[in-house]
Design a protein around this ligand. Structure first.
Ligand SMILES: Cc1cc2nc3c(=O)[nH]c(=O)nc-3n(C[C@H](O)[C@H](O)[C@H](O)COP(=O)(O)O)c2cc1C
Ligand SMILES: C=C(O[C@@H]1CC(C(=O)O)=C[C@@H](OP(=O)(O)O)[C@H]1O)C(=O)O
Length: 387
């Protein structure tokens, strides 16, 4: 299974193609749109989200609610394009508007300066437009298809916010995906500790007033992955490594860990390894410190991925930079920005984890039909239980 996205933040649309999903997968478009709406939500988002009402259009690979086995093509329109059509015109470059919208003051922490240097762009808008996390809308659409694919195979995935700046917003380590969903969907921050939501809002508001931004920690839990996906045989077959790659591939992610992650380094081995139990249903573990991975393979316990999101780089109280033409000191550009996008990021990360897990399932079982795949996985699960 492979996927690809195209499109700029203020261009007409975002396009995504996924190839390699089996035929006969039922797709609920409404459920994709629910995830798109969740990605737009969360306290601390900027004004762009008032303009956009993201919904997906399926433009290839699906008929009467089921995949055909051909590449699945999805589109999410940028409503804001209506205000930027001249600036983003693919053919003409002589409009006054486009000149006015040129970006010459690169923002520290964003892709502007290095992107300009690497590709030779003198208008840093040519970098901003694609480096913007607007692209994550289409990754969420693609990942939501994979989430439905996984659910139909008994695998559930959820993302939530653990920490905003230094503020812990989810103190309990839950592994039950349905319960996590109930808790996090009861508030607009996707956190487990409901009593911390007001404090989080106040922190975001204060930060916004100061012209500053916040990052934090997101956790993704996947329940129901059969043991043995991924492999120890070569470094690039390890599924935990592939997950880390996909998670790090999301804008603003600066760290990834599995299970107890860095915290495990402070404890002795006896308090980190998950003891092996054999029960009627088969092999399991007493705990899940290692986040569902041993030797780069799923071990049947819930998969736990943590991601560190840096604070948003565009500041309303801009940091120092230099003009790329005059080289004189100036303040960084600022048009419009989020104060924090952690809640949105939890949906994006949930989606990229779904993409990676779906890819692992397709690679392992390689079936062209959903019905056959379901049978293959059921047989595999039985074989594991008998081991
Ligand atoms: C959902 C989401 C929303 C974001 N919103 C903004 C934003 O409004 N302004 C901004 O400067 N960066 C925002 N970012 C972060 C930038 O896209 C990111 O920092 C930039 O592309 C540079 O990439 P890097 O941080 O991975 O190095 C957002 C990231 C995500 C995941
Ligand atoms: C558009 C989205 O996020 C954008 C991500 C982003 C960035 O630099 O990453 C900068 C802002 O872009 P704009 O200048 O268009 O307001 C955010 O709004 C979105 O998430 O839908």
């Amino acid at each position: 299974m492979i996927y690809l996205t195209a499109g700029e933040s203020h261009g007409p649309q975002l396009t995504g193609i996924i190839e390699g999903l089996p035929a006969g997968l039922h797709i609920d478009v409404g459920a994709i749109n629910d995830n798109l709406a969740k990605r737009q939500g969360g306290y601390g988002r900027g004004n762009r989200q008032q303009i956009e009402h993201d919904t997906v259009q399926v433009v290839g690979g699906m008929r009467h609610g089921y995949t055909l086995g051909s590449p699945l093509a999805l589109v999410v329109k940028n409503r804001d394009h209506a205000h930027w059509s001249e600036v983003m015109d693919p053919l003409e470059n002589d409009s006054e508007n486009a000149q006015l919208r040129q970006l010459k003051h690169p923002r520290p922490g964003h892709a502007d300066l290095v992107g300009g240097m690497k590709y030779g762009h003198r208008d840093l808008r040519n970098v901003l437009e694609r480096s913007s996390a607007r692209e994550t809308a289409i990754r969420v659409a693609l990942g939501s298809v994979c989430q439905q694919f996984l659910e139909q195979l008994g695998i559930k995935v959820v993302g939530y916010v653990k920490q905003l700046g230094p503020l812990v917003l989810s103190s309990e380590d839950l592994l039950d995906v349905d319960r996590i969903r109930r808790e996090v969907e009861a508030n607009d921050m996707r956190v487990l500790d409901q009593d911390k939501v007001d404090e989080a809002h106040a922190q975001i508001l204060k930060t916004k007033k100061e012209g500053d931004t916040l990052g934090g920690i997101v956790r993704i839990v996947a329940e129901g992955m059969p043991a043995g996906l991924g492999s120890y045989i070569s470094w690039d077959t390890k599924l935990d490594a592939k997950l880390a790659f996909a998670v790090m591939g999301v804008n603003a992610i600066k760290g990834v860990s599995i299970g107890d992650g860095f915290e495990a380094t402070t404890r002795p081995g006896s308090m980190v390894m998950d003891e092996i139990l054999h029960e009627d249903a088969g092999w399991t573990r007493r705990t899940d410190h290692l986040g569902g991975f041993e030797g780069g393979m799923t071990n049947g316990m819930p998969v736990i991925v943590n991601a560190a999101m840096k604070p948003i780089p565009t500041l309303y109280k801009p940091l120092e930079t230099a003009d790329i033409e005059t080289k004189e000191r100036s303040k960084a550009s600022v048009e419009r920005s989020d104060t924090t996008a952690l809640t949105a990021c939890s949906i994006v990360l949930q989606s990229v984890v779904c993409l990676e897990l779906a890819k692992a399932v397709c690679d392992e079982f390689q079936s062209s039909s959903m019905e056959r795949l379901k049978k293959q996985i059921a047989e595999y699960r039985e074989e594991l239980a008998r081991y």
